[in-house]
Design a protein around this ligand. Structure first.
Ligand code: NAD
Length: 248
């Protein structure tokens, strides 16, 4: 029996990276996939193709997760097409790193909007649907730096810490209706986001990891399968580190 058979998931920012890995793992477990990204470009079309080959229903939607009205529009379209939403993965995220003394207001605003406001946008849009269904699982992509902080990432760390507060509060608000909210806090995961870091910075990260390797998107996706499935039916309001032991 597949773990997510017949369920429908919305995953934001899933044209590539961790979001794509989650979409593919969910599809392998029988889940229908509505994913979003800024544009349905070549890599989004490739994601759609790979998921369709797994025999589930899939559609990619162009949407800016930081924009409230756009989020309401896209969730309405998804519900029209898929009929229900069992799982929401708020995955879309960006970095605009720099020391505070050089950080611009735009760098701050953009990271807070894409990483944190998007979680408000999608959770608010999906909440009435899950409430009516009397069940659902929301998974928010935080980061180890949302727990521990990080120099030169004040905007990013604050957005990821905000996600943890959001997750715990939503879990308390909606537990009564069987709607679970959990956060995943990945450590250093090898994707295009971290691919831009200089080699010495990557080596310094890896040196801090007890398991002495960066994680793969699949390492994160497997934990997201657990959190989406009934295997975690009594788990809500939690933050699960996926970091090779970096944060203990
Ligand atoms: P990535 O850059 O490879 O992928 C992010 C995806 O989000 C891209 O496809 C991008 O187009 C999309 N996106 C960006 N802005 C968007 C918006 N406004 N609306 C919709 N989609 C948007 O990054 P990744 O490494 O796969 O990271 C995925 C998530 O995991 C992010 O939230 C990130 O902060 C978090 N995370 C990553 C790491 C890591 O080491 N890679 C560690 C901790 C947390």
């Amino acid at each position: 029996m597949k773990l997510l058979e017949g369920k429908t998931a919305i995953i934001t920012g899933a044209a590539r990276g961790i979001g794509k890995a989650i979409a593919v793992r969910y599809a392998q477990e029988g889940c229908n996939i509505a994913f979003t990204d800024l544009a349905i470009n070549e890599s989004a079309e490739q994601t759609e193709k790979e998921i369709a080959a797994l025999g589930v229903k899939v559609k990619g939607y162009a949407s800016n997760a930081a924009n409230y009205d756009d989020t309401m529009r896209v969730v309405e379209e998804i519900v029209k097409e898929f009929g229900r939403v069992d799982i929401l993965v708020n995955n879309a995220g960006i970095t605009k790193d720099g020391a505070l003394k050089r950080m611009t207001e735009d760098q701050w605003d953009a990271v807070i909007a894409v990483n944190l406001k998007s979680v408000f946008n999608f959770t608010k849009a999906v909440q009435p649907i899950m409430w009516k269904q009397a069940g659902g699982s929301v998974i928010n992509m935080s980061s180890v730096v949302g727990v521990s902080g990080n120099a030169n990432q004040i905007n990013y760390s604050a957005s990821k810490a905000g996600i943890i507060g959001f997750t715990k509060s939503a879990a308390k608000e909606m537990g009564v209706r069987g709607i679970r909210h959990n956060a995943v806090a990945p450590g250093f995961i090898i994707t295009e986001m971290t691919g831009v870091l200089p080699e010495d910075v990557k080596k310094a990260w890896e040196a801090q990891i007890p398991m002495k390797r960066g994680g793969t998107p699949e390492d994160v996706a497997n934990v997201c399968v657990f959190l989406a499935s009934d295997l975690s039916s009594y788990v809500t309001g939690q933050v699960i580190n996926v970091c090779g032991g970096m944060n203990t």
